[in-house]
Write a protein that binds this ligand. Structure first.
Ligand code: ADP
Length: 397
């Protein structure tokens, strides 16, 4: 069974074609700059040369059309006809309270997704556009939606409610939802597989540390808390997002600097985080380099980031009454030896002990804790596309 996984952003579209018999990626690629000048599709099929198609693409439908043509291309393709695509799995950012798991897409599902647009105005519309474009181009292929929020729908009420008037939750759906759910679910399941434990017996803290970053507390295989909230702005310090701050800062800035809501939003989402503190970059590699060159603000940015992740680990251990496993994943979590070391430093009192030789690893499944560490610490590369493909296979078979 071949499954096409699609992740539509506002001006980009990532895809993978996965053969689910042995979970092999047959082809993958990226359409960029959709709707703006210089649009192109970068495509690569297993064992074939890379293909770059530089063509104007004014819509996601045009981009998907080029992706489909590339997939069946005689020289660069992975399959000989579109009939070899058995199902399509779509990443959808916000499922609100309507979706606690992945679903087969029909008209009702699309309508329900549209109702969630208010909660994710930047992300859900391109996700829906991608779904509608695929429906037009491949009307007979079943499609599944996999939501970033779904895994966290198991959070108990005390974890998801904000201490605001309860009516605002009821009227507007203002509550904590959490994101990166597909990633937290994938790495927590993988940990149980690697340790040969029943996931029901594990208390796991998963740290998804990329440009966007979140931590989740997972008990009995279910998310019981996570650091992102109503939107992906809450929680950790991120590449450009501020994470947790005193909410009064918003009105303070509006008053003092005569800023509009849009300007404050822009600061909190695009100009804050490690970029804001360091003034160097949102990319952790650049900041690590700047620290080596003696840049004090870059060091402060990293120190703040590590400190906040450490505090979340401590609080989630408290929330679950213990922790058995910690997982590091995503760009920084998978690759930064120093980030993992600094975050775990000082957590020995919880039974978390990193082995510096084992921690000298990047981008592959590895145990990085000492043999006698009470808490096992893992690096596990995330694979959201595979998780989406697995859900799709399960639901359409
Ligand atoms: P997203 O999907 O949220 O854009 P990723 O999971 O791709 O993010 O992570 C991107 C982040 O990971 C970047 O900030 C980058 O600096 C960091 N990263 C990637 N590789 C390394 C590395 N070798 N060392 C340190 N940081 C890294």
């Amino acid at each position: 069974m071949n499954i096409l996984v699609i992740n539509c952003g506002s001006s980009s579209l990532k895809y993978q074609l996965i053969d689910m018999n042995d979970e092999i990626v047959l082809a993958k690629g990226l359409a960029e700059r959709i709707g703006i000048e210089g649009s192109r599709v970068k495509h690569e099929a297993k064992g074939k040369d890379k293909l770059v198609v530089e063509e104007p693409m004014t819509s996601h439908k045009e981009a998907i059309n080029i992706v489909l043509k590339s997939l069946v291309d005689k020289t660069y393709g992975a399959i000989s006809s579109l009939e070899e695509i058995d199902a399509i799995g779509h990443r959808v950012v916000h499922g609100g309270e309507k979706f606690a798991s992945s679903v087969v897409i029909d008209k009702d599902v699309i309508d329900a997704m549209k109702e969630c647009i208010d909660l994710a105005p930047l992300h859900n519309p391109p996700n829906i556009i991608g779904i509608e474009a695929c429906k037009e181009l491949l009307p007979d292929v079943p499609m599944v939606a996999v939501f970033d929020t779904a895994f966290h729908q198991s959070m108990p009420e005390k974890a998801y409610i904000y201490p605001l008037p309860y009516e605002l939750y009821k009227e507007l759906g203002i509550r904590r939802y959490g994101f990166h759910g597909t990633s937290h679910r994938y790495v927590s399941q993988k940990v149980a597989e690697l340790t040969n434990d029943d996931i029901k017996n594990l208390k796991i803290i998963t740290c998804h540390l990329g440009n966007g970053a979140s931590v989740a507390a997972i008990e009995n295989g279910k998310s019981v808390d996570t650091s992102m909230g109503l939107t992906p702005l809450e929680g950790l310090v991120m590449g450009t997002r501020c994470g947790d701050i005193d909410p009064a800062i918003v009105s303070f800035l509006m008053n003092k600097k005569k800023m509009s809501i849009a300007e404050v939003n822009n600061i909190m989402n695009k100009k804050s985080g490690v970029l804001g503190i360091s003034g160097v970059s949102s990319d952790f590699r650049d900041i690590e380099e700047a620290v080596k060159d003696g840049d004090c603000r870059a060091k402060l940015a990293l120190d703040k980031f590590y400190y906040v992740v450490k505090k979340y680990i401590g609080s989630y251990a408290a929330a679950m009454g213990g922790v058995d496993v910690i997982v590091f994943t995503a760009g920084l979590g998978e690759n930064s030896i120093s980030a993992r070391e600094e975050i775990c430093k000082g957590l020995e009192f919880l039974g978390i002990e990193i082995d510096s030789d084992k921690n000298n690893t990047r981008g592959k499944d590895a145990v990085i804790s000492k043999d006698n560490s009470k808490v096992k610490v893992f690096v596990i590369p995330t694979n959201e596309e595979l998780m989406i493909a697995r859900d799709t296979k399960e639901l359409v078979k």
